[in-house]
Design a protein around this ligand. Structure first.
Ligand code: FAD
Length: 335
């Protein structure tokens, strides 16, 4: 929609419901949405669409949402890109937000571009920073460009809504605050729920430790581990600390470990309390995925490795030697 052709206002967050649970990225975006809305002195709404909901949508008020727009329908049992895009475009057409934020999850990455095309507006994918331009009031959408070597800040001055996707863990969930709000169940025409796509079956990955984004501790391995078998020592330490296993891209490309473990620009963004990088050089594309970790420990045999510039503790030496010693020592300390 051309700016000026309709009167727009407010921030809309697209929530994500997975198997009945409100995914944490919804709270992350609600917090950022609240921050942006405060700068524009406006409201935050959150669209939730689902077949069943086990969580209380009113919980979202604690994170800054003023109004939850809840859509329940049996066709929403499994994610359907066509229905989700039509639904979002329909809801935006009714509530006319000025800004729409959505998660850059597999689902978000598929239906957001389609919804943006239906709404004749732009979309900035995978933003790592969002702010409001003081002068123009426009959304400033910052994201890595040219292989992560440049941070580009993008504006959408002529079209509304201004739409962005953000990868999970890019923003922190804000502290819960006692706040009120309303839950609205908007009327949605039945044809929105019709689709040419028929979901035959859905299989969930049961690679339990691959959901590294939820872990407080991540032990990651890079090409400096030398061999696929050496991931066993990474895994042993991770298990001991109840953590997840991360990896650099070349180790995934070499099939030493699966893609769900990849940390970085083209993998997952993680923000654990503790991140250990063993045999990882610290290329910008890897740092883009882990540099917000609270404590970073790096093991590298090269004293000039770039990873040491972001590390709180630098262990210079052979990872295949240090990791087992570390694991042994921690095991002893734990009794
Ligand atoms: P290397 O660069 O080969 O480094 C190995 C390190 O191990 C070196 O620092 C070396 O000193 C050290 N070492 C060697 N032997 C030992 C030993 N015995 N003990 C201890 N240390 C040792 N990379 C990612 O990780 N994630 C991404 O998501 C990602 N996305 C990318 C997207 C794009 C568009 C591009 C262009 C690149 C991307 N990359 C990504 C690749 C990135 O640029 C680097 O190539 C990669 O991170 C390097 O991985 P590495 O550190 O494991 O390997």
């Amino acid at each position: 929609m051309r700016r000026g052709s309709v009167s727009v206002g407010g921030v809309m967050v697209c929530g994500e419901v997975r198997r009945g649970r409100i995914h944490s990225v919804t709270m992350e975006l609600a917090g950022k949405g609240r921050e942006l809305a405060d700068k524009k002195d406006t409201q935050v709404s959150c669209l939730l669409f689902f077949n069943e909901l086990l969580d209380d949508p009113a919980d979202l008020f604690y994170y800054g949402v003023n109004r939850v727009l809840a859509v329940r329908h049996e066709s929403l049992k499994y994610f359907n890109q066509e229905i989700a895009a039509k639904l979002l475009a329909h809801i935006v057409g009714i509530y006319l937000p000025e800004i729409v934020l959505a998660p850059a999850t597999t689902a978000g990455r598929t239906y957001l571009p389609a919804a943006a095309a239906m709404l004749h507006t732009g979309l900035t994918a995978d933003c790592t920073g969002l702010d409001i331009d003081e002068e123009s009031g426009l959304l400033l959408q910052t994201r890595p460009a040219i292989g992560g070597n440049v941070m580009a800040t993008i504006k959408t001055p002529d079209y509304v809504p201004q739409m962005s996707t953000v990868r999970p863990k890019t923003f922190r969930i804000p502290p819960r605050m006692e706040r009120g709000g309303e839950i609205v169940y908007p009327e949605v025409p039945t044809d929105i729920f019709e689709s040419r796509i028929e979901v035959m079956s859905v299989e969930y990955s049961d690679d339990g430790d691959s959901n590294i984004q939820d872990k407080d501790v991540i032990i990651s391995g890079g090409k400096g581990l030398k061999r696929a078998e050496n991931f066993a020592i990474v895994r042993r330490l991770a298990e001991l600390l109840d953590g997840g296993v991360g990896a650099s891209r070349p180790t995934v490309e070499a099939k030493w470990i699966g893609y769900p473990h990849q940390v970085g620009l083209s993998g997952k963004i993680v923000s654990p309390k503790f991140y250990l990088a063993a045999g990882i050089s610290g290329a910008v594309q890897h740092l883009a995925g882990m540099q917000t970790a609270q404590k970073i420990v790096a093991i590298n045999k090269d004293p000039d490795a770039p990873i040491f510039r972001v590390a709180d503790i630098a262990l210079c030496g052979d990872a295949a030697d240090i990791l087992p010693r570390l694991t042994k020592r921690i095991t002893e300390e734990m009794g």
